[in-house]
Unconditional design. Sequence first.
Length: 409
Amino acid sequence: MSLDTLINNVSKKLIMSEDKSFDLVKKVTESVNKDTFTVSSLESKGINKDEILKILETFKEEEFLTHQYQCFCKNVNEPEIYESMQETCEFCEQPLKNRFVHEISDVYSLKEDIIKLVREKEKLILETSLSEGFITIYEELKGKIHNVVPFLGAGISIPLGLDSWGQLLAEMKNEILGDQNKGRFDRYLEKGNYLRALTFLKTNSFVLSEDKAIKDRIIQRIKTKYNKNTDEHLHNIKDIINLNAPFYITTNYDLALTDFKNGDVYPYTLRQIDNLQDLLNDGKQIVLHLHGHIKDKDSMIVTEEDYNELYNKPNIKSFLSGIMGSKHLLFIGFSFKDEYFNNIFEDVFKNIGGNNYIIMPNLYIEDAQDLMQKGLRPISINVPLSENDEEYKRNYVNALKVVLNNLIE
């Protein structure tokens, strides 16, 4: 019995990649574990019925599956399990196939071998995805995962077609007057000083000289580029939602999280700060847009003045202190190349203390040590480098997907 053979056969039957086939096989095994199950119970987990039938067929061919029959006899209230339809009901002594007195359902159970093989393969994939030396911090995070608040940056939205902060600002470069000024603008972007770049843009542009014009340009860009129909294997939004966190915080203006999650899908901003604590206690798993969002233009924090005004307010520090007093932040999608965000983290988060975590790709030991100095517990994921930007994005998504999905086993 071979897991690789099974995955290969599932791949052929469903006409999909072996990676996606393994994801489906893993989802089935994790959904049912050693319990008996039906096709409908798997459908309730969000798996397509045609996919279920073909996967079960392949399980049976590879001898990973036990197929039995659950019989409800009209003479009793409890069902009984039988190995074959050729058997006789022990209560009424009629053949099982007599549908006038019996209600028959197909029930299945997985052999322990397949569950063990899937777990071993997933462990191997995880070890490959995590950089050497970071497994201890990863296991530490895993032990606290039910008390973690994801804090999400632009990196999680890029696979949905959206820009990084640098790309978003670079798109506005043509509105700057004079080549010399454009060169200076580029230098701000290269240093990650995005807020200074925005201030410089306002000063040296007719078209984008007002906050409203900049916000309108950002909103237009997001609406034009955002692809909600991106295959879930190509982004990590669902993986983050599946962490089942008490709530989520993001600095992103887009609404990807509320678009993909169930339940309370209202995108909250700091305008609701007065009653936000009550909302958090309701267990609604709300999404808080710390810097506003595109459906509420006035809430968007885009300039240096906006940032200074926001983070000098005592209530924002009080609110974040309250969160971090009882939760652990998990930063995802942040590069920490943004000079201003580094300052914010120093001022607001580091002084509050507590164990907070960050997942980043391909960290050098010096980078990891710098993050530790900031008060962050870093987890480095192995992302194969590529000159092709799209390929690198896929590699990042795949590595992050493995790491996030293993946090919630």
